[in-house]
Design a protein around this ligand. Structure first.
Ligand code: 4UW
Length: 537
């Protein structure tokens, strides 16, 4: 049985992301502040933002980049991210967004796999960014350092790299590019999906436009002030902050990293109204003593997504911030641009511990993973749990260069496997109750076990290995490795942890190790993660 969104259909215009966000902007809107640098306080109006985006598009086109080219964007949340991201899209370039915490080998893999021809980074990330780009065969002239720094050790501007200012020094008009928004790839974020290593997720301009239109139900509006602490490089920040908040003409306040005191300071100083968070930030808002030292009375809504967020934490947030605050939840996946479910702002009866309703234009099926039988939405009460499959205008085209993984994830009829176990009630309210796929979520970030397992297997003293997520109050889950040492090995837990830590982004670190004699596997050789989870308690 196909479950349809109960929300009214929304119009999805057949235009580019730039056209959708700024094509109909009014003179009055152009005068408003669009982006504030949360660190320096510098403000940019929509007029100046659009002019800068056009200038970046012109500069990019003048370098010979456009439709068919991929550029990597490797930066934390700074105002220039907004202009460069949208400038690249405006020029017809496909942007692969790189995690700001990524290690050099991780960057190399993503750049090589996506075929990126230019790396845009910032000086604090230059050490990893430059090594990563060079590993993928990019030359010095293919690395742009937004703030012009050259050493990776600070603002000391070394020679050799072009800055954003250099790019814009010789102004060029925005190019006249034409492409079909329904098929042209806007972005290539990387996600492990339901299994395996990170893969390039092909999202078109229409996918992104659709998801902004669909996410209007969240209820963010032009009077909202939105601190942007969730990274723009992750699909949640990209769609909800870089696209939705800009389209609704809200004010974005950028923060390059999460520091609770700085975050609370921004909320107080800028009278923030709508907080988009992941569960660890919600936990801090609910429980951290520092919150009492700041005036957070301007907040009218807190929306959590990216990892499980239960009723008790939602209740604790409401209790701390005030009963007038709407505590909302969204659910999604990179492969769905990402939002497939949310609690609409104007539906206060929907429990905050649920993921709410299918967004407009979305269809879902719930399938028993053991039998493949479809589970019906009940006339009353709650359905049995099953795997969620979704279909809609926001669902990806597929994984770049990986037809096998695409075929495993996307059914021929357009339904996509999420790898999440859900229930639905008679009113169309969904709950995420478990995760079928192997993915681990550390503070909302993806940690693909297959990637860590491949890395660990490259250690000469490791014969076999399996990695699972252990429940953790603060992080949601932490990666734990079950290691089978080779005969006679003298490996310690600390050595295993250090071996991984040297090669991956910090959030992917293995945080616990257990030595075992054999990894439990099915007859077909699949790791029996459920058995390991049960053994881990
Ligand atoms: N509850 C339980 C949740 C939830 C969840 C995600 O890194 P990705 O690919 O993508 C994301 C997307 C986050 C997001 C989407 C839409 C939205 O409205 C929102 O809040 C505004 C956030 O994280 O990871 C996808 C996987 O993350 C888990 C789930 O396993 C999913 O397949 N996940 N949201 N509310 N689990």
């Amino acid at each position: 049985m196909v479950i349809r969104s109960p929300l009214p259909d929304v119009e999805i215009p057949p235009v580019s992301v730039y056209e959708y966000l700024f094509g109909t902007i009014t003179d009055a809107e152009l005068e408003r502040v669009a982006v504030v640098d949360g660190v320096s306080g510098a403000a940019t109006t929509f007029r100046s933002l659009v002019a800068q985006i056009d200038a970046v598009a012109g500069a990019v086109a003048a370098r010979g980049l456009g439709v068919g080219d991929v550029v990597a964007l490797h930066a934390p949340n700074v105002p220039a991210y907004v202009t460069v991201f949208h400038g690249l899209l405006r020029a017809g370039v496909t942007v692969t967004t790189v995690n700001a915490l990524a290690s050099a080998p991780e960057i190399t893999k993503q750049l090589a796999d996506s075929g990126a021809r230019l790396m845009v980074t910032v000086s604090p990330l230059l050490a990893a960014g430059e090594a990563g780009a060079k590993g993928a065969g990019l030359g010095d002239d293919q690395i742009v350092v937004l703030d012009g720094g050259g050493t990776g050790d600070g603002p000391d501007s070394g020679p050799g790299h072009t800055s954003l200012a250099d790019l814009l020094a010789d102004p060029h008009p925005a190019p006249d590019v034409t492409f079909d928004p329904a098929t042209h790839l806007a972005v290539l974020p990387y996600s492990s999906g339901t299994t395996g290593r990170p893969k390039g997720v092909m999202l078109t301009h229409t996918n992104l436009v659709a998801n902004v239109a669909q996410s209007m139900a969240i209820g963010v509006g032009s009077d909202d002030v939105v601190p942007c602490v969730l990274p723009f490089f992750h699909i949640y920040g990209m769609t909800v902050l870089l696209n939705l908040a800009l389209r609704t003409r809200a004010r974005l306040v950028t923060l390059p990293r999460f520091d609770l005191a700085q975050y609370l300071g921004v909320i107080q100083e800028h009278r923030a109204t709508f907080l988009f968070v992941a569960p660890p930030i919600a936990l801090a808002l609910a429980k951290h003593p520092l919150v009492d030292s700041y005036d957070v009375s301007s907040v009218r809504a807190v929306l959590s997504g990216a990892a499980p967020f239960g009723e008790s934490l939602a209740g604790a947030v409401r209790e701390r911030l005030g009963e007038h605050v709407r505590v909302l939840q969204g659910y999604g996946m990179t492969e769905m641009s990402p939002v497939s479910h949310c609690i609409p702002f104007d539906r206060p009866e929907i429990p905050s511990g649920s993921v709410g309703l299918l967004v407009a234009g979305m269809e879902a099926k719930i399938v028993d993973p053991a039998t493949g039988t479809e589970i019906d939405q009940p006339a009353e009460g709650v359905s049995d749990p099953g795997e969620l499959l979704c279909r809609g205008p926001n669902v990806m085209v597929g994984y770049l260069g990986n037809p096998e993984a695409t075929a495993d994830t996307l059914e021929p009829d357009g339904f996509m496997h999420t790898g999440d176990i859900v229930t639905v009630d008679a009113g169309g309210v969904f709950q995420v109750v478990d995760r079928l796929k192997e993915l681990i979520k550390y503070k909302g970030y993806q940690v693909p076990p297959a990637e860590l397992e491949a890395l660990l297997l490259s250690h000469p003293q490791i014969a076999d290995v399996a990695v699972i997520g252990l429940p953790d109050e603060k992080a949601g889950e932490i990666p734990k490795a079950f290691v089978v040492p080779v005969a006679g090995a003298s490996l310690t837990e600390a050595e295993v942890i250090a071996f991984v830590a040297e090669q991956v982004a910090p959030y992917k670190k293995v945080r616990s190790v257990e030595f075992i004699e054999a990894v439990p596997k099915s007859a077909s050789g699949k790791i029996l993660r459920k058995d390991l989870r049960a053994a881990a308690g």
